[in-house]
Structures are given as structure tokens and as C-alpha cells.
Design a protein around this ligand. Structure first.
Ligand code: UDP
Ligand code: MG
Length: 293
């Protein structure tokens, strides 16, 4: 189990105590202190001594939750990874349910939050958009989740992309399912992402991930189609402009439209070409990466 923690000092003693009480011995707990400045690391080291099977690792600086998950992954020795926030908002009982479901044969199991919880509306809108864009078979991508280790190892997570583990896994072809989970109120500490930051970063990352999963796979197809449509339309409007000019009254706005359409057509086409080059480089690098592993 990987527990990312950024300034969660009050939560640490309860976190370890609760997890140790409710989970059996096979669970390895990896607490990743993500560069806290409130002494989380020191408290975690001290508390960890009271139990066995708890590893505490530390980032020199606050790198973000995604990096914390990656560091935890590297330090882990189990075959199943559960990401359990150190703020203890999810129930340890649900960890067991998630692991059981994975053992039934799923590659990734995520929770969907039930009942009342804070920021429900934002979460709903966000998940609606995610379902629309990614066509994933689950309704909530931002709750407690667990997966086989290889799922995480096979994806390239960029900064703040922990929010997209589910769509990325689904698009790699992993078997994904969901179970209901409960979200408790935070007892101690403050949320680390303000609503504004969460919405803005979340929205643009949503687009970036969707872009990677669609456009970037076949740039010429997408950009080329838009480019071609724009060019065709430009020529047709151009033709119309010439006809109008020949038979009496020219119409200047139409000329501007022609210029706009032709130029953007060329632009999209070029983007498609550049995209193709980029994608082929990326794919060759990925091949090399795979061979090196
Ligand atoms: N977290 C982290 N690094 C960060 C921000 C957050 O490790 O830069 C941890 C945080 O301590 C918590 C978890 O990630 O355990 C989720 O953060 P938070 O509870 O603020 O987000 P929310 O649950 O509101 O989505
Ligand atoms: Mg939280």
C-alpha cells in the first residue's frame, strides 16, 4: 500500500494504527513523505518503529502526489498496489474489498464514492467529462484504487496525472471495474489542492490526457481531416467569391473567409505532419524503453 503524505503529521499515528488493526500482516505499508515541512517524516519514522512492515521514504521537496506514487511504487515489493491517502479519508475496510476484487481477476479496481461528501458537484462534473472523453466503464476516477503492479509500471505518469490512472490503464487494455466506497471527512490537516487549482489543473490535464490517447496516436488522421475540410471549404468559398466578382458585385468579407480557411487548412495539415514525426519518435523511444526493461 502506498500512502502519499504532504503535511499530514496529525494523521500519521492514526493512519498506521488503523491500518495495522484492520489489515492482516501481508500488507506492506509504504509512507511517502512528499517534502512536508511540518515534521511528517520524523513522526512517521518514529511511529513506524512501533510496527513491522512499514517503510517510510522521503522526497527532498514537495514534488506532488503523482511523484509520491511513483516513488512508492519503486520501493514496493508486493504484486498488488493500493493507493491510500495518508489523510485517512477512505476506509481501510474498502482496501480489503479492492484487493479481493483484484484477486478475482481484475487489473485495476477503483472505488466510487457513495453518500454525501464535500465537492460532490465538482467531482460529478469532472467524472462526467472523463467518461465522455475516455469511454471508461467506471463512474468515479478519483477515489481509492488498487491495481496490479504492472499496470502502474506500464504507464507514463506526468505531473498531476495520478488523476488519470484509470483512463490510462483502460486504454492500455487492462481490465477495470469498480466497487462502492465511503469517503469520510478529513479529521486533521487541510486539503492540499484548492478547489480553483484542482479545477484548472484537472481540466487542462483532462484535455492533455485525452489528446495523448487520441490525436497523438494518429496526428495526420485527426489534423489532416480538419485541414482537408478547411481547405475544401476554402476553395468552395473562393469559387463563390470569384463567381460573385465576375457577375457584378464582389464581396470582401468572403475573401477574408477564404484566406482564413485556406491558411488554417494548411496549418492543420502541417500540424498533422509534425505530429506524425513526433509520434514516430515517441513510439521508437518507447520501444527502446521496453527493450531496456
Ligand atoms: N499529497 C501529496 N503531495 C501533494 C499534495 C497532496 O502527497 O503535493 C497527498 C496528501 O497528503 C493526501 C493525498 O495526497 O494524503 C490527497 O490529497 P488531498 O487530501 O489534499 O486531496 P483530496 O483528497 O481532497 O483530493
Ligand atoms: Mg483527501
Amino acid at each position: 500500500m502506498i500512502c502519499p503524505a504532504y503535511n499530514e503529521k496529525e494523521n500519521i499515528p492514526f493512519l498506521f494504527k488503523e491500518l495495522k488493526e484492520k489489515l492482516n500482516k501481508d500488507y506492506e505499508i509504504i509512507l511517502v513523505d512528499d517534502g512536508s515541512n511540518d515534521g511528517t517524516y520524523e513522526i512517521a519514522l518514529e511511529e513506524a518503529r512501533k510496527y513491522d512492515n512499514i517503510k517510510v521514504i522521503k522526497h527532498l521537496k514537495n514534488y506532488g502526489k503523482t511523484e509520491a506514487i511513483i516513488s512508492g511504487l519503486k520501493a514496493s515489493s508486493g504484486e498488488i498496489i493500493v493507493i491510500y491517502d495518508a489523510d485517512r479519508q477512505f476506509l481501510p475496510e474498502d482496501i480489503i474489498k479492492i484487493v479481493e476484487k483484484i484477486e478475482e481477476g481484475y487489473d485495476l479496481v477503483c472505488g466510487y464514492k457513495i453518500g454525501k461528501y464535500e465537492k460532490k458537484l465538482i467531482s460529478k462534473i469532472y467524472n462526467f467529462l472523463a467518461r465522455l472523453l475516455f469511454r471508461i466503464p467506471v463512474r468515479d476516477i478519483n477515489a481509492l484504487k488498487g491495481m496490479r503492479k504492472e499496470v502502474l509500471e506500464n504507464m507514463k505518469l506526468r505531473k498531476d496525472w495520478h488523476r488519470y490512472i484509470v483512463p490510462l490503464a483502460f486504454h492500455l487494455g487492462y481490465k477495470v471495474t469498480e466497487i462502492p466506497v465511503v469517503l469520510r471527512k478529513r479529521e486533521y490537516g487541510l486539503p492540499k489542492y484548492s478547489s480553483k487549482k484542482r479545477i484548472i489543473i484537472g481540466f487542462f490535464d483532462l484535455l492533455a490526457v485525452a489528446f495523448q490517447l487520441t490525436f497523438l496516436k494518429k496526428p495526420m488522421l485527426y489534423f489532416g481531416t480538419i485541414g482537408l475540410a478547411s481547405l475544401t471549404f476554402g476553395f468552395l468559398v473562393g469559387l463563390l467569391a470569384i463567381i460573385l466578382r465576375l457577375f457584378g458585385h464582389g464581396y470582401r468579407p468572403l475573401l477574408y473567409l477564404v484566406i482564413l480557411l485556406i491558411l488554417s487548412g494548411i496549418l492543420f495539415f502541417s500540424l498533422g505532419l509534425i505530429g506524425e514525426v513526433q509520434t514516430s519518435i515517441i513510439e521508437r523511444l518507447e520501444d527502446i524503453e521496453k527493450k531496456l526493461k
